[in-house]
Design a protein around this ligand. Structure first.
Ligand code: MN
Length: 129
């Protein structure tokens, strides 16, 4: 057993090249035996979101607080809240962030995944219905 305490993980501002708005991330946990699983804790302020991106492996988002807005390329944005979970398949172009008027916090569980960062999510895309 290994315990990862959130208070031990450095909380960092996200890279503005890959996000719009203000968000903080912590790498909370990984697997000491090399199992390719990494868990991130991500806090988005209202209106903040990732750029469009693609993961080479699956990603699970576990929403722990507030409202999270998420969109798959070619579909309308959707909102999820605390207690909900989302699975993003390898290769799906998508973004995730806070709702326009509420902050949102999720855990992201990346399984054998590297991330390819793409273009920012425009206001029109972000607010579309
Ligand atoms: Mn993602």
């Amino acid at each position: 057993m290994r315990i990862f305490r959130g208070t031990d993980a450095p909380r960092q501002l996200v890279d503005p090249k890959s996000f719009v708005g203000t968000a903080h991330t912590q790498k909370l946990a990984d697997a000491p035996d090399g199992t390719p699983v990494v868990v991130y804790h991500v806090e988005f302020e209202p209106g903040a979101r990732t750029n469009w991106h693609v993961h080479s492996g699956a990603q699970w988002l576990l929403i722990v607080e507030g409202r999270i807005r998420i969109q798959k390329w070619g579909e309308a944005p959707q909102e999820v809240g605390a207690g909900d979970a989302v699975m993003i398949a390898p290769g799906e172009k998508h973004w995730h962030g806070a709702a326009p008027a509420a902050r949102g916090v999720h855990l992201a569980v990346n399984v054998d995944a590297t991330t390819e960062w793409l273009e920012p999510v425009s206001e029109e895309q972000y607010l579309s219905r």
